[in-house]
Design a protein around this ligand. Structure first.
Ligand code: HEC
Length: 278
């Protein structure tokens, strides 16, 4: 008697749960169909990064040192007044093709100096950068906080393409249709700029690349805005993972080794089992 009762109680409780969940699901669906959620400003205006083809893309990608050097020039002349690069040392620049003397000169001439504390007086002074120093931290008095750029292309989805799109995205204004729904974007708040690639659409970074020929490339490449944005993105791919090329070639060597090892193992298997019925 009792077991039957307990068994039916179990079914009743189960049925009640299923009933409540089914009811909730039904009304959620009905409600979503009747009152669809309003479109957000992000849906109306945010853009995914544009395509960017760099030599370093893909599993066999290699660094293009000429492009990375151009990107470093853009960083030096344009971005470095606001953004630090605190995980990179001056001497790391040798990896992208500068020689020791050039690196020493770049470090010495760098406008932001290294802070040093006088151990006796406790006061702060500064000295020139050495090749072994990291790029110094930057004090930025304006609106917003410029993040360190060392790992930026790893910190954002589709990093290099994102940096490229962000830098070239200031000209893209919201469509008239989108503005009708979100009129506040016609006039961003004081000290902010509309940029459809930035997650919350208004960014406190003033457009850093404003026109062509903002820097002069020594290799004869024309410094258009688009080119400068691409080059600095390529440079930031290198700062985020300077060992990428080594990782790619190590990966290739491992895959080749495994292929050969598989062939050898198969050969050994055939030899060992030759003549044995299996
Ligand atoms: C006048 C100062 C200034 C200059 C010059 C500048 N930036 Fe910025 N940058 C900022 C500020 C401020 C922010 C923070 C923006 C925010 O969070 O609203 C920022 C943010 C960024 C971000 C992060 C966006 C994100 O997704 O969080 C990137 C990437 C960036 N800058 C790249 C660059 C590059 C590359 C250059 C050089 C071509 C450059 N910036 C030049 C001030 C500057």
């Amino acid at each position: 008697m009792l077991p039957l009762f307990i068994r039916s109680i179990k079914f009743l409780i189960g049925a009640a749960f299923v009933g409540v969940l089914g009811w909730a699901l039904l009304w959620t669906v009905v409600d979503t169909v009747q009152n669809p959620p309003a479109e957000t400003a992000e849906e109306a205006m945010h853009h995914h990064p544009k395509e960017l083809h760099l030599a370093s893309n893909g599993p066999l990608g290699k660094f293009d040192n000429a492009q990375i050097q151009r990107g470093f020039l853009v960083y030096e002349k344009v971005c470095a007044s606001c953004h630090s690069l605190n995980l990179v040392s001056f001497r790391d620049l040798q990896q992208i093709g500068y020689n020791e003397a050039e690196v020493k000169k770049i470090a010495k001439d760098w406008p932001i100096k290294q802070p040093v504390q006088d151990p006796k007086a406790g006061t702060w002074g500064e000295r020139d950068n050495l090749a072994s120093d990291r790029f110094p931290k930057v004090y930025y008095p304006g609106t917003g906080t410029p993040p360190d750029l060392s790992l930026m292309t790893k910190a954002r989805h589709d990093g290099a393409a994102y940096v490229y799109s962000l830098l070239t995205g200031y000209d893209e204004k919201p469509s008239a249709e989108a503005l009708k729904h979100f009129p506040e974007f016609a006039k961003p708040p004081e000290g902010m700029y509309f940029n459809p690639y930035f997650a919350n659409l208004n960014i406190s970074m003033p457009p850093p690349l404003t026109g062509d020929d903002q820097v002069t490339y020594s290799d004869g490449t024309r410094a258009t805005k688009d080119q400068m944005a691409k080059d600095v993105a390529a440079f930031l791919v290198w700062t985020a993972e300077p060992t990428m090329q080594r990782r790619h070639s190590a990966g290739l060597a491992v895959v080749l080794f495994l292929l050969i090892a598989t062939g050898l193992a198969y050969g050994a298997y055939l030899t060992v089992w030759r003549g044995v019925k299996h």
